[in-house]
Design a protein around this ligand. Structure first.
Ligand SMILES: *Cc1c(COP(=O)(O)O)cnc(C)c1O
Length: 376
């Protein structure tokens, strides 16, 4: 045991990717490993995803793409959230594809290509209705024209044309058909300008699992790679054939008997109603246990379920375990796949009013990741 650990089952990651690969027919899988692999560890997750059949990797930021290359990972990588201050030249040199939503970004890619001495691989992003990144329908023709000119100059290759859905986790939502139509239109505009993208891609996890008409050439699942459902309307983890990869556990650091009427933790948001045993768990909001889990966060100790008692602190929280025989050093499981009756990341999300994505991604940097399984 260790004081606390996030165990990551890399075989589960590989199996989840294989499951997604089967779900998307002929399309290729771009496993999304941004944000340190949704908290699971970026490089080990990337390797496990590749072992499971992913042939692309997706990240948000330049540093993430370069860290994958530095680890010796040589599959195609797309980095999609580049800022004006980012230096694109190392990305072009490292053969990382970059997303372009506006002419200024295309200019940056052209300049980076000139200094790197090789063409930049760009994925032109259309805003088909999400209202986030991407060129609007009004701005798209100019971006396409500028890209066609850069292609003719030999400075840029259009690897992809892509977009992102607003409501994929609500598979019957009317915006999906509207976004598909807008995406089709954006592809037609590009085609008329002579652009021949190698890949077209639109689908996140929810769309990969629930919306085959969005698959195109590549799908971009993130949360499902780590075995979590993208949303209840898509299906539960078990229904989707996924396996949660992360188990967050800690060692009980202190137990003590206290009388009735003992206020517990800051501001005494919990008070004992009878003589009882309190157990101290050395994980807090600095480690990703949401402060909103005060009095509601679930956990299991010795296979029995409890709830956090009182305020979640920076480094610790307390659990009233009644008269149960809980001892210093016992294993407390905050969430895991649920096999042994422990809560899941979905249970945590429901308890604190967020989504499972936030529960796993926010597990803090001081919690060591311990890997089990994985490609040799
Ligand atoms: C994060 C992200 C994904 C993955 O989304 P999931 O819902 O985790 O599958 C795909 N595409 C883009 C652009 C993203 O930002």
């Amino acid at each position: 045991m260790s004081r606390f650990v996030a165990e990551v089952d890399l075989d589960a990651v590989s199996a989840n990717v294989a499951r997604l690969d089967r779900a998307c027919g002929d399309a290729a899988v771009m496993a999304v490993v941004k944000a340190d692999g949704y908290g699971h560890g970026m490089v080990p997750s990337a390797r496990a995803a590749i072992a499971g059949g992913a042939t692309w990797l997706g990240v948000a930021f330049a540093e993430e793409a370069l860290a994958l290359r530095a680890a010796g990972i040589d599959v195609p990588i797309l980095a999609w959230l580049l800022a004006e201050s980012d230096d694109l030249e190392p990305l072009v040199r490292a053969g990382v594809d970059v997303s372009v939503s506006a002419p200024w970004a295309l200019d940056r890619a052209v300049a980076a290509a000139a200094s790197a001495g090789r063409p930049a691989q760009v994925h032109l992003k259309a805003d088909t209705g999400l209202g986030r990144a991407g060129a609007t329908r009004a701005d798209w023709p100019d971006l396409v024209t500028a890209a066609a000119k850069a292609v003719a100059d030999g400075t840029v290759e259009v690897s992809g044309i892509w977009s992102h859905l607003a409501y994929a986790d609500a598979p019957a939502h009317p915006t999906i058909a509207a976004q598909l139509a807008a995406y089709g239109e954006a592809l037609d505009v590009a085609d008329r300008a002579g652009l021949r993208p190698r890949v077209r891609h639109l689908a996140n996890s929810a769309a990969t699992l629930a919306l085959p008409e969005t698959h195109y050439d590549v799908v971009r699942p993130g949360i499902a790679v780590y075995g979590l459902s993208p949303g209840p309307d898509v299906g539960s983890t078990a229904e989707l054939g996924l396996r949660p990869a992360m188990t967050l556990r800690a060692e009980v650091a202190l137990v003590k008997r206290v009388p009735a009427g003992q206020g517990v933790s800051y501001a005494h948001r919990y008070t004992t109603t009878r003589e009882t045993t309190l157990a101290l768990i050395p994980l807090g909001y600095a480690d990703g246990v949401p402060r909103h889990a005060t009095n509601v966060g679930p956990l299991a100790i010795g296979g029995r379920r409890y709830r956090i008692s009182g305020t979640v602190c920076m480094d610790q929280f307390v659990v009233d375990v009644g008269d149960d025989a809980v001892h210093v050093g016992d294993d407390a499981v905050l969430f895991g796949p649920g096999d042994a009756g422990e809560p899941t990341a979905d249970d945590w999300a429901a308890a604190v009013g967020t989504i499972n994505y936030e529960i796993v991604t926010r597990v803090g940097a001081r919690v060591p990741r311990r890997y089990v399984g994985g490609p040799s």
